[in-house]
Design a protein around this ligand. Structure first.
Ligand SMILES: NC(=O)c1ccc[n+]([C@@H]2O[C@H](COP(=O)([O-])OP(=O)(O)OC[C@H]3O[C@@H](n4cnc5c(N)ncnc54)[C@H](OP(=O)(O)O)[C@@H]3O)[C@@H](O)[C@H]2O)c1
Length: 157
């Protein structure tokens, strides 16, 4: 049976910082554009706090929100645990992107094959970090510079 197409997509700085006070620590329109380009028409799985950081569900995507506390919510499918989210995602169709935050990335790291990382340039402060990761376990498949960040696509060895 072919492996499901599961990926993480994240923007982080060189210290693995991803968030501050429930928001992104930086303003990088080109990275948001890349995020939209890679995830549109696909399924995204996010934690409840990341969902609450958005103005609305992400358009042109199936939005799955992991939460044990959130009630049903228009425009998203609430999933009570990761297996439920995966079954729901596979019913909708692959590929599936885990889009954060930290708690979701922590679980997803064990099961994804692909990492899309935007390495954000600059110095920031914040309170949420991507989990510790050994990049020697990952092959670089693609990399390029963009406005204010470097995009790298990794494949698990
Ligand atoms: N730089 C980036 O690429 C990026 C991407 C996404 C988010 N962020 C940032 O990250 C921060 C938010 O991340 P966070 O780690 O604080 O929160 P989060 O992962 O977005 O949300 C955590 C919540 O998700 C639910 N959850 C997580 N795993 C679950 C599971 N296995 N089963 C059921 N529910 C689960 C729980 O909700 P309940 O408490 O309701 O049960 C948990 O409290 C913000 O600052 C955001 O801007 C950055």
């Amino acid at each position: 049976m072919p492996k499901p197409d599961l990926a993480i997509i994240v923007a982080m700085d060189r210290h693995r910082l991803i968030g501050t006070h429930g928001r992104l620590p930086w303003h990088r329109p080109a990275d948001l554009k890349l995020f939209r380009h890679l995830t549109e028409q696909h399924t995204v799985i996010m934690g409840r706090k990341t969902f609450e950081s958005l103005d609305a569900p992400l358009v042109n995507r199936h939005n799955l929100v992991l939460s044990r506390t959130l009630s049903a919510c228009e425009g998203v499918t609430v999933c009570r645990n990761l297996p439920e989210a995966l079954v729901t995602a596979w019913r909708i169709g692959e590929p599936v992107f885990f889009i954060g935050g930290r708690t979701v990335y922590q679980k997803a790291l064990d099961i994804v094959e692909t990492l899309h990382v935007s390495w954000i340039e600059g110095d920031f402060s914040g309170d949420r970090y991507f989990p510790d990761i050994d990049f020697t376990d990952w092959l670089i498949m693609e990399e390029r510079d963009d406005e204010g960040f470097r995009y790298v696509r990794y494949l698990k060895k």
